[in-house]
Design a protein around this ligand. Sequence first.
Ligand code: ZN
Length: 331
Amino acid sequence: MKIKDITNALEELAPLSYAEDFDNVGLLVGQFDTEVTGVLVTLDTLEAVVEEAIDKKCNLILSFHPIIFSGLKKLNGKNYVERVVIKAVQHNIAIYAIHTALDNSFSGVNAKICDVLGLKNRSILIPQNETLKQLTIDVPNEAKERVSKALIAVGASNIENRDARLVITFEKHLEKNMTNTLIALHPSEQIHYEITALSKSQERVGMGMIGEFKEAMPEKEFLTFVKTSMQTDCIRHSKKIGKSIKKVAVLGGSGSFAIEKAKNAGADAFVSSDFKYHEFYKAENQLLILDIGHYESEQFTKNLLVDYLTKKFTNFAVILSDTHTNPIYYL
Ligand SMILES: [Zn+2]
């Protein structure tokens, strides 16, 4: 089993094209054709995590956060990022980061928080825009049926037959499937097509999630419940709103940008992290904001990844890292 097989499986869960533009996801260190000896799953790739991977004979680290984020110009070990990369390369350890690709997945970070909290009837809080693309191509009538069938088989979501053309709609991460299939099947040697992004948003891809409890929970009980189930030592929250909590928005990691969205979606509470002082005012007595800690909000993502890969692969170990990587401590 090669690294490529693992990254292909991860792309089924969280296509890299779902990731935000500012992000740096995918195989950051290593080569796709390396044989996998084991996978170590972590939120952050620290030097201690690379050492753990060496000890546990895992040559692939699956990290939530990317250790290389804004680029490296020199590699001489002057900071922890460079030391991690040097150590990984020296010991033939590959590093794959999944980050916002998994944040935006319907079965990703926020689905896991919903699982832990027991929230049902889920939908995406901020659906991603331009995840759908449309390809227009001239196809001779006699080839249309054959080409359409092949495109549906590789994931086209809609095909319209317009005069001499086919207009194919697909999710953007499937673009290669579409173009490769067309190149293979189209009767002409040279093909010309046009691809445009559709501004329509995709309801199953995006940041944050909103769901609801089967039965509303008194506010105080809700706070304690979140503290216990999300295993956090500290919750900072806005002023209580004096009503019970049924509809809850969640967003793993830094979520202050989504307060208005949570309000507009009718959430009674918003569970996320990294809120600044003034941002708590934005609750405006309309919802309860909970800052449960960045690490704490994402920690169960590790279990999600271990469970996912363990179900898919049985011929090597997928191990949950036991290195402590949360940089924040509470008194
Ligand atoms: Zn994060």
